[in-house]
Design a protein around this ligand. Structure first.
Ligand code: DMJ
Length: 488
């Protein structure tokens, strides 16, 4: 399979990357001021991308992530201290999308000459490696047709294979790339449920069914597994195949499992009936037990212990506005399309409200929403974790809501996020998370997460781009925002 055009129905426009390097002081106030000039918005976001990339290059090139305040590499993230260039691999399709050609070439050259996992003598997450490295390389292959990336995607996926050697086919959570020895006790739903989109495409382009067979085995296992009230618990023993918890969530332990049921069906050209039915059934349970409305009329997603809600919603669960919007748009269950869209609108509005109610314009990591967060004396401060670590989920939902409704409010909300990022997360040497969204002078956490370049900036850029660029009719985004083609 060759490359897939980034832009459908339109002639590709190449821009001089130098033109993108506007000064950081230029931030349009609101979209409505610039209706005629979306270029200005895209240019600003490109400039943010260059600021993140250039500082990573200067202080942490080849390492995984940047500590922008210390001006050195950040070695305590999910990929540890080895020089595996997580930021390069994660960021490269965003650079390509933005036509930042010289930066793209630098990254490609590093991958061609330096990238290796052979000496990584550490237990590394199967999930994170799949979504960022396998997904990143596959996306680059799909966009460019460059065989280098197909080889690298296969090389990385093969490093993961020992993790799947269990009686159930459910993988261990981690694997040591140097020794090939897997590691981990209970496995996490969102880890082993977030492989299909990448593994299906890898089998498709390599003509090697290994990866799809592995992924299908997991889907079949989960389909056959008993579920109490239709809910999927978060932990499972990969040796015995028994559920290890009663917690169900669309937060970090469950999120992308639900996402991949829908996206597997979409990726298959709507032929994968099993994933479709599993999605429909899972969402029935989500709608029945997890969707709540608080006294401020804010719709939220609670996690559950059994069927008991804890009324806590994570920032990670803010992706669900986009998920429901995509479900509505794709007619996965035509009878519920309108209801899905209503939920999408309301969840996205809640996540925007959480951003709006903070002192920084950025949303907290997790919030209790059972009681009013708007009334009373500061009683809106119900956050159970007040940090913001450059996560994409809220702008991801703005992106899907914009594409699907064309309501300009989502562009306005996204621009509020850009302004807040510039004010609170920009440092002289890259971007950083902050430790307290309710403190306008919050300290920064000194980490530029690779997903900021892969996801947050990509969704923001796409919000001000034509719908024909990475059209939802032709692409599915993996959970790290790496686009993969729909296979027709
Ligand atoms: C990303 O790596 C992915 O979006 C993942 O699905 C969840 N966590 C981060 C971003 O917050």
């Amino acid at each position: 399979m060759g490359s897939v055009p980034l832009i459908s129905n339109h002639k590709r426009r190449y821009q001089n990357p130098a033109k993108a390097q506007t000064t950081s002081s230029f931030v349009p106030k609101s979209v409505s001021d610039f209706d005629e000039n979306l270029d200005a918005h895209r240019s600003k976001i490109k400039e943010m991308m260059l600021h993140a990339w250039n500082n990573y290059k200067l202080y942490a090139w080849g390492k995984n992530e940047l500590s922008p305040i210390s001006k050195m590499s950040y070695d305590h993230g999910v990929f540890g201290k080895h020089n595996t260039g997580a930021t390069i691999v994660d960021a490269l399709d965003t650079l390509y999308l933005m036509n930042l050609t010289s930066e793209y070439d630098e990254g490609r050259n590093w991958i061609a000459t330096q990238f290796s996992l052979d000496e990584v003598d550490e237990n590394i997450s199967v999930f994170e490696t799949n979504i960022r490295f396998v997904g990143g390389f596959l996306s680059l292959y799909a966009l460019t047709g460059d065989l280098l990336y197909k080889d690298k995607a296969k090389y990385v996926a093969d490093k993961l294979l020992p993790a799947f050697n269990t009686p159930t086919g459910i993988p261990y959570t981690r694997v040591n790339f140097k020794t090939g020895v897997p590691d981990g006790g209970s496995s996490i739903l969102s880890d082993f449920g977030t492989l299909s989109v990448e593994f299906n495409y890898l089998s498709y382009i390599t003509n090697d069914s290994t990866y799809k067979t592995i992924s299908d085995r997991i889907t079949n296992f989960l389909n056959a597994k008993e579920k109490s009230n239709g809910l999927y618990p978060s932990w499972l023993d990969p040796q015995t195949g028994t559920w290890d918890s009663k917690v169900s969530t669309l937060g970090g332990l469950g999120d992308s499992f639900y996402e991949y049921l829908l996206k597997s069906w979409l990726q298959s050209g709507k032929t994968d009936g099993k994933s479709r039915q599993m999605f429909i059934d899972a969402i029935v349970a989500v709608m029945k037990y997890m969707i709540k409305i608080n006294p401020d009329h804010l719709t939220y997603l609670t996690s559950l212990i059994g069927t008991i809600p804890d009324n806590r919603m994570e920032h990670l669960a803010c992706f669900a506005g986009g998920l429901f919007a995509l479900a509505s748009n794709s007619n996965v269950n035509i009878n519920l399309s309108q209801q899905y869209l209503n939920i999408a609108k309301e969840l996205t509005r809640t996540c925007h409200t959480l951003y709006q109610l903070s002192d920084t314009g950025l949303g907290p990591e997790a919030t209790y929403l059972e009681y009013s967060i708007m009334q009373g004396n500061g009683s809106w401060r119900y956050s159970s974790s007040v940090k913001y670590i450059l996560r994409p989920e809220t702008v991801e939902s703005y992106f899907y809501m914009w594409r699907i409704t064309h309501n300009p409010i989502y562009r306005d909300w996204a621009w509020e996020a850009v302004q807040a990022l510039e004010k609170h997360c920009r440092t002289a040497n890259g971007y950083s998370g902050i430790i307290d969204v309710y403190n306008r002078n919050s300290a920064q956490d000194n980490v530029q997460q690779s997903f900021f370049l892969a996801e947050t900036l990509k969704y923001l850029y796409l919000l001000y781009s034509s719908d024909n660029i990475l059209s939802l009719n032709e692409w599915v985004f993996n959970t790290e925002a790496h686009p993969l083609p729909i296979l027709k």
